[in-house]
Write a protein that binds this ligand. Structure first.
Ligand code: LFR
Length: 467
């Protein structure tokens, strides 16, 4: 009888509860429950709806039972950097603010008054992104100092769901590295940095590695759901899970974890905290077994998701891809990494304004806007590959695109053309697969990461685009 493993895989626009198992040497995956996600305005802050989402997780677990696929364990992965502060009774302090909120505006400067950007990079190896936890905490400190005083515990979003599920408060390592408060050499909290910034050390919890068991469900929850299971932490940072599921064991490739963001990089045994890497704004996020993700954040399909939403969610992503292809000769380009696309009031307008302000032809139709975004992304990928080849001092012959965005065929074609590299697209469910893989490794269903990646390669279709 197969053993089932559950992944709650939450992205910025939707979340799913997936169940995975192995059968005849292959990995199988089934989506049990899907729900909407997104930041909503509350008290003029962009916030996540964690109470509603927690109920969606419970609904998903109940559905597993109805379908006769009761999982032995569960792990949650989400985007990085966001957190809640809990008081000593476990209550959330303040709003559950998300990383695109403007509370971090100017907080980089506040942090650099205390430690320079270069010194911060040398210690943490983490890229400068204005929404990193380190800047968000500075915003809380300035705006709501009382929360910082009352805080008993800081939990990142997946940690918080694990806590609601089983009652244990820990910080999982891969997600914690996105805070920019972990020392890249020691792989532990940088307490000295916290002291410098005036962040209370006691609110940071024990760091645990992917594959750690946190114990079983809270009894009242097990009763409601109708069965019990173990909480086993995966790489709770979605990008960490996605990279664990890249279907290759050599090192002659660059990956793109393609979803709301495009995360493009390579896996490395040691972080590169050099000045060159800092200047190019590459990050070194912690991964499974302390492998590092040396990568760059590229704005990604967030731009397309936002435009689609502004057109009333009328068209599917495949349709938008087709419209873009029809408008493929439209000549304008944007810098996909310009901050103006991080959290604009209206993305369609932001793309038009960028083209206008840079003296280019302004896109009018949805197809034209989409083609500007896709081609600009592909060109950004091409620049990033060159930078990676520079920082790592070698060349790569192919690109593995994993995650939901790997289904965007037109973008894959553009990527192959712009980079001159073969593109291997899939699996689309890399994040959930990686989450489940960490649980299966813990359960010894695979002898090693290499063995798991071989099975992933055999189990899910991979489409190749020639350069
Ligand atoms: C992708 C991701 C990126 C992180 C961004 C914000 O979903 O986790 O890795 O930089 O979201 O947290």
């Amino acid at each position: 009888m197969s053993k089932y493993y559950a992944a709650v895989d939450m992205g910025a626009s939707s979340g799913r509860l997936m169940v995975g198992w192995t059968e005849n040497g292959k990995m199988q995956l089934e989506e049990i429950h899907r729900f909407e996600n997104g930041m909503v305005k509350k008290d003029d802050e962009l916030c996540w709806e964690f109470d509603r989402i927690f109920r969606e997780i419970v609904t998903g677990l109940k559905k597993c039972k109805e379908l006769g696929k009761i999982p032995v364990s569960l792990g949650v992965d989400t985007w990085g950097v966001d957190f809640v502060l809990l008081d000593k009774d476990g209550g959330v302090l303040g709003n559950t603010v998300g990383y695109r909120d403007h509370r971090t505006d100017g907080m980089d400067e506040e942090v650099y008054k205390i430690i320079s950007q270069n010194d911060l990079y040398a210690r943490t190896g983490i890229q400068k992104a204005i929404y990193n936890t380190i800047y968000q905490l500075m915003a809380v400190k300035k705006k709501y100092p009382q929360y910082m005083e009352q805080a008993d515990s800081l939990l990142f979003v997946p940690d918080y769901f694990h806590y609601l599920l089983c009652g244990k408060k820990v910080n999982e390592y891969t997600e914690a590295t996105t805070s920019q408060l972990i020392n890249a050499q020691t792989n532990d909290w940088d307490y000295e940095l916290m002291d410098m910034l005036g962040y209370k050390k006691a609110m940071f919890n024990e760091l645990v590695m992917p594959g750690t068991s946190l114990g079983n469900l809270r009894p009242e929850l097990a009763e409601e759901i109708g069965y019990d299971l173990e909480i086993v932490v995966p790489c709770t940072h979605d990008t960490g899970s996605a990279v664990l599921a890249v279907p290759a064991n050599d090192d002659d490739f660059v990956y793109i974890s393609s979803g709301t963001w495009s995360l493009m990089g390579v896996e490395m045994a040691r972080p590169d905290c050099s000045q060159q890497s800092c200047d190019l704004n590459f990050t070194n996020e912690g991964g499974y077994n302390h492998r590092f993700r040396h990568l760059k954040n590229i704005m990604g399909l967030w731009m397309i998701q936002s435009v689609r939403h502004e057109y009333g969610d009328k068209y599917g992503f495949a349709e938008i891809c087709e419209m873009a292809e029809e408008a493929k000769d439209f000549p304008s380009r944007v810098d996909a990494n310009d901050n103006c696309f991080l959290s604009p009031d209206n993305m369609t307008q932001a793309v038009k304004d960028y083209c206008k302000n840079s003296g280019q032809q302004v896109p009018e139709t949805l197809g034209e806007i989409a083609t500007v975004i896709y081609t600009s992304l592909a060109e950004c990928y091409a620049r990033t590959v060159k930078e990676l080849e520079e920082t790592t001092g070698r060349t790569y012959s192919r690109i593995h695109v994993v995650g939901g965005g790997s289904n965007a065929g037109y973008l894959n074609e553009l990527t192959a053309k712009a980079t001159g590299k073969e593109v291997h697209a899939g699996p689309g469910e890399a994040t959930a697969i990686g989450n489940i893989t960490a649980q299966m490794l813990k359960a010894k269903e695979f002898a090693s990461v290499e063995a798991a990646r071989d099975v992933i390669h055999e189990s899910f279709g991979i489409k190749i685009y020639q350069a």
